[in-house]
Write a protein that binds this ligand. Sequence first.
Ligand SMILES: C[S@@+](CC[C@H](N)C(=O)[O-])C[C@H]1O[C@@H](n2cnc3c(N)ncnc32)[C@H](O)[C@@H]1O
Length: 248
Amino acid sequence: MDLPRSFVIRESSHRIHDPLTGEKLATLGRALRLPPEARVLDLACGSGELLCTWARDHRITGTGVDISTAFIGRARARATELGVADRVGFVHGDAGGHVADEPVDVASCLGASWIGGGVPGTVRLLQRSLKPGGIMLIGEPFWRRRPTEQDAVTGCHVDSVDDLLLLPGLVEQFGALGYDVVEMVLADQDSWDRYRAAQWLNVRRWLDTHPDDELAAGLRAELDTAPARYVRYEREYVGWGVFALMRR
Ligand SMILES: C[S@@+](CC[C@H](N)C(=O)[O-])C[C@H]1O[C@@H](n2cnc3c(N)ncnc32)[C@H](O)[C@@H]1O
């Protein structure tokens, strides 16, 4: 059970595996006005940047769960680097059924709502770990502009135009699930670039040093087209944001 190696290669330099920059993640941490010692559960935590930096900046404690051994290893190294290894811990595993032993103040899943089979299922999963009055964080894509051609939908790495909502529709979906949206931090095109464009240099450097690897031909072909595909489609059509929710 591990994340396919191609993802680890593409995101080898990333501390944040989503379209938020470190500044935006810090803005979110400040916006939530977390009390010291707040307990946070982060499902599909990637390399643990949310937990590690919020432990440093806001004195939270927490646990991250991720299926990638590489990312969990980096999360533990980052916790040591920031001097917060006594405040945050990281578990390698499938987060799909993970529920905290004790209810937490904040339960999050940024950029991985498939672990609950979509937004409603992930909301239900996170709710099972939350204290009454706790805050849920969901990081999710939406259409900035709804494409009219299937080429554009596919170019955005989406199967069907109905797989994403426009931003108002996504916000209304949280309401329909019984939650108040109490904060949000959205990506913009520049922060999307930090996520996607940074992958191209990672792939190019890896290709230069691993020409005979079994993944080389596929990643070479991907790099030939990924930048143009991104600026033509995803950068124009897809938005992304983290939404803070409280149950009504
Ligand atoms: C888009 S990244 C987001 C990572 C992190 N939340 C962040 O925003 O930096 C998706 C993450 O989901 C993890 N993942 C995918 N399926 C998973 C599963 N079933 N259980 C736990 N983690 C999973 C991947 O390893 C990856 O770290």
